[in-house]
Design a protein around this ligand. Structure first.
Ligand code: G1P
Length: 275
């Protein structure tokens, strides 16, 4: 397994006006854009072929994962050069490809759009960079999931318990617990009303998907909010017994919301900022 898909076409309306002409994925958590945290997590997991499903107005993401000749030339040999260490490491460790999603038809549609980049040879990771995950120096969440994939060879979703009045923001799973924190998923539902949710185990933005998901997605009708939902496609795989849900180790920050973004900023500043 080498590939990781990043759906990054969303508008980021909750951060307007900051995101009017800048991709939300480029908003910095301290001194690093949100999307770089996700890409570093993928690379740590050995997923070095990074595939972005982008959209209009997202060129800054492609530029970020390339050299900036003039800037690098200017600061070469000065004390400022070390500021580029983290992004140079990322660029030297991976390959980066992009395709555009022309219409916003949901996460399932974004993933299907990425088929041309990830192909059908192997399972692949999906990281929603809005969810910033940290596991203090230990295996990142994607790495934890890759290890599980090697054991089960099924699609895997990362889950966490959320307060029961927040389940309507997430895909929610029902499953049988095999080991502590590891479930075989029986069914999944996208953003159920709070009083109809089958559990409080919510899917966060980390997935490993087997490539048969593409045919299922092609055949998936628009669901919640009229969008093609990855949750609905996974629910079909779950009916065949091949979706696992994993309560990951570490913390997750919802950087798609302003409070989560601020919390992540404070956390990273306190624990990781060293320049
Ligand atoms: C998406 C998925 C949802 C999942 C969530 C995790 O929703 O559709 O199932 O729980 O990501 O962040 P979104 O947050 O894009 O509305």
């Amino acid at each position: 397994m080498k590939k990781c898909l990043f759906p990054v076409a969303g508008y980021g309306t909750r951060f307007l006006p900051a995101t009017k002409s800048m991709p939300k994925e480029m908003l910095p958590i301290v001194n690093k854009p949100l999307v770089q945290y996700g890409v570093e997590e993928a690379i740590q997991a050995g997923l070095t072929d990074i595939a972005f499903v982008t959209g209009r107005g997202k060129r800054a993401i492609a530029d970020h994962f390339d050299i900036s000749y003039e800037l690098e030339h200017q600061i070469a040999g000065t004390s400022k050069e070390s500021y580029l260490d983290s992004i140079r490491n990322v660029i030297n460790s991976g390959t980066f490809s992009m395709t555009r999603q022309r219409e916003m038809k949901g996460l399932g549609h974004a993933i299907l759009t990425g088929e041309v980049l990830v192909g059908r040879e192997d399972a692949f990771g999906v990281i929603l960079s809005d969810d910033l995950c940290q596991n203090n120096g230990g295996d990142g969440v994607m790495q934890q999931m890759v290890k599980l994939y090697k054991q089960f060879r099924c699609s895997i979703v990362a889950v966490m318990e959320v307060p029961s009045d927040e389940v309507d923001k997430y895909g929610v799973i029902v499953g049988t617990e095999l080991n502590k924190g590891l479930f075989r998923v029986e069914s999944m539902v996208e953003k159920p009303p709070v009083d109809e949710a089958p559990s409080n185990l919510a899917v966060i933005g980390r997935y490993i998907l087997t490539p048969d998901i593409f045919d299922i997605l092609r055949d998936t009708k628009p669901g919640k909010n009229g969008e093609i939902q990855i949750t609905d496609a996974l629910n079909r795989q779950a009916a065949d017994g091949c979706v696992m849900a994993y309560k990951f180790k570490g913390r997750r920050f919802d950087c798609g919301s302003v409070p989560g973004f601020v919390e992540a900023t404070n956390f990273v500043f306190e624990h990781f900022y060293d320049q």
